[in-house]
Design a protein around this ligand. Structure first.
Ligand code: PBG
Length: 348
């Protein structure tokens, strides 16, 4: 250990008596060397923590970069199969599927959600047969299929109808389970949907299909780029504040979690992630459930944009943000960075 060279202090009266102040406590000791920092590190991010959300589009051999999500592509089903294979090789455990539905197939009811030949179901079947080892998570909500861009059915007065929507979501969940989805993830925030989906899955003998509930999903501006990706950015009528949570609330997330757990959720999720670390922490501490977090499109696009401008080190910011989400209590993280993070984490 090199001794600190003592700097001559201009005025001995102001020179601090460090021994008296520190009593031997020097926090920096543990931080001196890489090996020591490794030993005392509390949180480690690994490829086991990552879920990769993928966007689907019509066609074959088709890929389209999403303007508001540089580095993220919409993929035709064959390309999604190839990427699922790459993801499995990288050690990623699961992918989540989101469709860009041709606007011609969108209607007020979101009927395309119930077409067992839709993009998500086709991708499920194709990926299950070529890459059976990867977990398949499908999103239950109507927004990529409705002409008005809402997650639920709309009354003539423009209200989002809860119970009628739940009936539709149950059917959507069933066709996804039939197509081979391992985990059904309702992201719609209707009341009672977890219980209704659990009951329907069980009745149809899909007892083993898991439910990942978007438990605390906030009405967030950070979903902007995702809405471009699935094509609802321009068509969305109004906002989603009558069903998604108010960003100002935290206790309400506990009640949402209590209900989702009692209705049969296997995992609960908080979304977005980084602006809601306190919610992740509270849910994990209170319920001890498998608790996931979704690093949403706006969160990753901000990092990517700043990085592409040379304003921040993108790779470091990516790993730092994911580590922070895990430190708050997340067991797994949905992130568009998943394959890139997996590559980085695999480096010695
Ligand atoms: C909607 C849904 C949204 C996201 C996932 N599912 C957006 C919304 O509620 O409008 C956002 C994910 C992201 O921003 O990455 N069912």
């Amino acid at each position: 250990m090199t001794k600190e060279r003592s700097r001559p202090s201009a005025d001995p009266a102001t020179k601090p008596d460090m021994a008296a102040i520190l009593h031997g406590h020097r926090m920096r000791r543990n931080r001196r060397s890489p090996w020591s920092r490794s030993l005392v590190r509390e949180t480690s991010l690994t490829v086991d923590d990552l879920i990769w959300p993928i966007f689907l589009m019509d066609g074959t051999k088709a890929r389209q970069e999403i303007l508001a999500m540089p580095g993220v592509w919409r993929l035709s089903v064959d390309q999604a199969v190839a990427e699922a294979g790459r993801a499995a090789k990288l050690g990623l455990k699961a992918i989540a599927l989101f469709p860009y539905t041709d606007p011609a197939r969108r209607d007020p009811m979101g009927s395309e959600a119930l077409n067992s030949g839709n993009l998500v179901c086709s991708a499920c079947r194709a990926i299950k047969s070529s890459v059976p080892e990867i977990g398949l998570i499908t999103d239950v909500a109507l927004d990529p299929y409705t002409s008005h861009g809402h997650d639920g059915l709309m009354s003539e007065a423009g209200e989002i109808l809860n119970d009628a929507t739940v009936e539709q979501l149950v059917l959507q969940a069933l066709i996804q389970a039939e197509a081979g989805a391992d985990v059904i993830a309702p992201s719609d925030m209707m009341d009672g949907r977890v219980g209704a989906i659990r009951q329907a899955l069980d009745r149809a003998q899909f007892m083993e299909v898991q439910i990942l509930a978007y438990t605390a999903k906030y009405a967030s501006a950070f979903y902007g780029p995702f809405r471009e990706a699935v094509g609802t950015a321009r068509t969305l009528l109004g906002d989603k504040r009558t069903y998604q949570m108010d960003p100002a609330n935290s206790d309400e997330a506990l009640r949402e979690a209590e209900l989702d757990i009692s209705e049969g959720a296997d995992m609960i999720m908080v979304k977005p992630a980084l602006p809601y670390l306190d919610i992740i922490y509270r849910l994990k501490q209170t319920f001890g459930m498998p608790t996931f977090a979704y690093q949403v499109s706006g969160e990753s696009s901000m990092i990517e944009a700043a990085s592409r401008n040379g304003w921040i080190d993108g790779e470091k910011a990516m790993i730092e943000s994911l580590t922070a989400i895990k430190r708050a209590g997340a067991d797994a993280i949905m992130t568009y960075f998943a394959p890139r993070a997996a590559e980085l984490l695999a480096r010695p």
